[in-house]
Design a protein around this ligand. Structure first.
Ligand code: GLN
Length: 535
């Protein structure tokens, strides 16, 4: 069992998550079994209660854990599925330690960061690695953060316990480019490594994020001041087209070779053919292009709909086409009308969301898609929006709504689930994680999946109201998938439409570049047809 720890220096947003994912991908190309996990030093128990402004998307796992969006990168870059044990926060550690203290488990001792908190972190490390060859652990935040100290201390102790030849530390750092001086600077990286060494951690590999190529001189300097072999100073330039170029770039720098050497792993040579073909399809697709509008309320935030944007790119790989994404603010549709924003798009996607801001704009977008026969993909809230729109405009149920947005609506076509009614706590209390869904014959959904039973991840409190099922079906809104145990409607489709599909779950959490999601592929395929027919 081998361990890789990835820390970050100088600034946040260095792309440590992507580097971790890409390294995992590289090791898998050498036939190693890899798992990647993240330790987040903040005090929230999980990011499930954080706003997209604070934290970007909340990524949901099969087991229902609400996790950091970096776990999305890990699952997209590698093959294994992750569990709630793969995203540890200080909040979870302290919650656990304090419960033990209240139970009296510490037998009268003073409870302290060292050893009680650090022991808990180490215990989680030992448990997380079972069944894999290499466990990669990314530490959130930046070296020097006060809240990160217990984690680094625990990892230092851990590396001593499991033997130093079984562990490597990789430090991802930034070489800022000073335009006035016309050069890259190494000093911040030197200081960041000095900070790590103060705690007793000597990095084995330095990954240098940079906009400009490094010179040999700089490699030498970094090697000497940071006490890292020269060949272990790795350059990581900004990717040019896509994040999926990263495994290829790191392979070119010899990263995987270096890692297996340093860990003493006897691994096969790497086979990059799958990644080469993914990147070829992303950079120079052969099958034309289409334009998809994502209508949401966090369109200025890079990370709020991360997995949605990634899944669209994967569907581009699947269809060998370019997918251009137009981010449309639903509130601006309320102001200007749908046509002015959506006139020239080939597909409209409405992602998940909470709260009533921008809802009416999304309903207008769904109406526009239905009336103009534009492919429409509604995800979670986007499915609920499609149902509300159909009820209002086709069934004539004026003011139909979800009780999330109007508790007094005469036609609650979307309502709170029974088991949700009495819940007051916000954390980890939604309908979360993977549920079975049975697909109905003759639907677009079953045509896309090509199998009758699927499993998809959920994160919601409201659901399709079965009291309206019959009327909506008679009016042409077909139920295409149900949860068999509880008869919950999971997929709806407009019968008289080229492709208007809404799903109560989040397919974007199961799409990978190596295995694009069938619904995203079908949606983009239809958008591509539309784009071609316009020519
Ligand atoms: N707000 C809706 C609900 O709770 C949709 C949630 C979502 O889109 N993830 O049911």
């Amino acid at each position: 069992m081998k361990y890789i720890f990835i820390t970050g220096g100088v600034v946040s947003s260095l792309g440590k998550g992507l580097t971790s994912g890409a390294l995992g991908a590289l090791l898998e190309t050498r036939n190693l079994k890899v798992r990647i996990q993240k330790f987040d030093p903040y005090l929230n128990v999980d990011p499930g209660t954080m706003s997209p402004f604070q934290h970007g998307e909340v990524y949901v796992l099969d087991d229902g854990a609400e996790t950091d969006l970096d776990l999305g990168h890990y699952e997209r870059f590698t093959h294994g599925k992750l569990s709630r044990f793969n995203n540890l926060t200080s909040g979870q550690i302290y919650e656990h330690v304090l419960q033990k203290e209240r139970r009296g488990d510490y037998l009268g001792k003073t409870v302290q960061v060292i050893p009680h908190v650090t022991n808990e972190i180490k215990a989680r490390m030992y448990a997380a690695g079972e069944g894999v060859d290499v466990l990669i652990t990314e530490i959130g935040g930046t070296v020097g953060d006060i809240e990160g100290l217990p984690f680094l201390e625990a990892l230092r102790q851990f590396s001593l316990e499991v033997g130093k030849n079984n562990v490597i530390f990789i430090h991802v750092t930034l070489l800022p480019y000073l335009r006035a001086a016309g050069e890259l600077k190494t000093k911040p990286s030197q200081q960041s490594v000095a900070k790590l060494r103060e705690i007793g951690i000597q990095p084995d590999i330095l990954v240098c994020r940079t906009e400009q190529p490094m010179t040999d001189d700089m490699r030498q300097k970094l090697s000497m001041f940071c006490n890292v072999e020269q060949k272990a100073v790795i350059e990581e330039m900004d990717v040019r087209h896509s994040i999926y170029e990263l495994p290829l770039m790191l392979a070119q720098e010899g990263m995987d070779k270096l890692v297996v050497e340093k860990l003493g792993i006897d691994a096969s040579e790497s086979d990059m053919s799958a990644w080469n073909s993914i990147v070829r399809r992303l950079i120079s697709p052969k099958g034309g292009e289409c334009k998809i509008a994502v209508v949401g309320k966090y369109i200025d935030l890079q990370d709020a709909y991360k997995s949605i944007y990634e899944s669209l790119a994967h569907a581009g790989v699947g269809n060998d086409c370019k997918v251009r994404v137009l981010r449309v603010d639903s509130e601006s549709i309320e102001k200007d009308g749908a046509a002015s924003h959506l006139e020239d798009v080939d597909g409209i996607l409405i992602p998940g969301g909470f709260g009533d801001r921008g809802i009416e704009g999304k309903i207008l977008a769904a109406k526009y898609a239905r009336e103009n026969r534009i492919p429409y993909f509604g995800i979670c809230l986007g499915m609920q929006i499609a149902v509300i729109e159909y009820a209002r405009d086709v069934l004539g149920l004026d003011g139909a709504n979800s009780t999330e947005f109007n508790d007094n609506t005469l036609y609650p076509v979307i309502t709170i689930m029974d088991e949700q009614k009495d819940i007051v706590d916000k954390g980890a209390t939604m309908r979360l994680g993977s549920y079975e869904c049975k697909l109905i014959d003759g639907t677009k959904a079953i045509a896309a999946y090509g199998e009758p039973v699927i499993h998809e991840r959920h994160r919601h409190r409201y659901e399709f109201n079965n009291a309206y099922r019959k009327r909506l079906e008679e009016a042409g809104l077909r139920i295409a998938g149900v949860n068999p145990k509880r008869d919950l409607v999971e997929i709806v489709e407009v019968v008289d439409h080229p492709w208007m599909v809404g799903v109560q779950f989040h397919p974007e959490f199961q799409s990978k570049p190596s295995k694009p999601h069938p619904l995203f592929c079908a949606f983009v395929g239809k958008a591509l047809e539309r784009a071609k027919s316009k020519k």
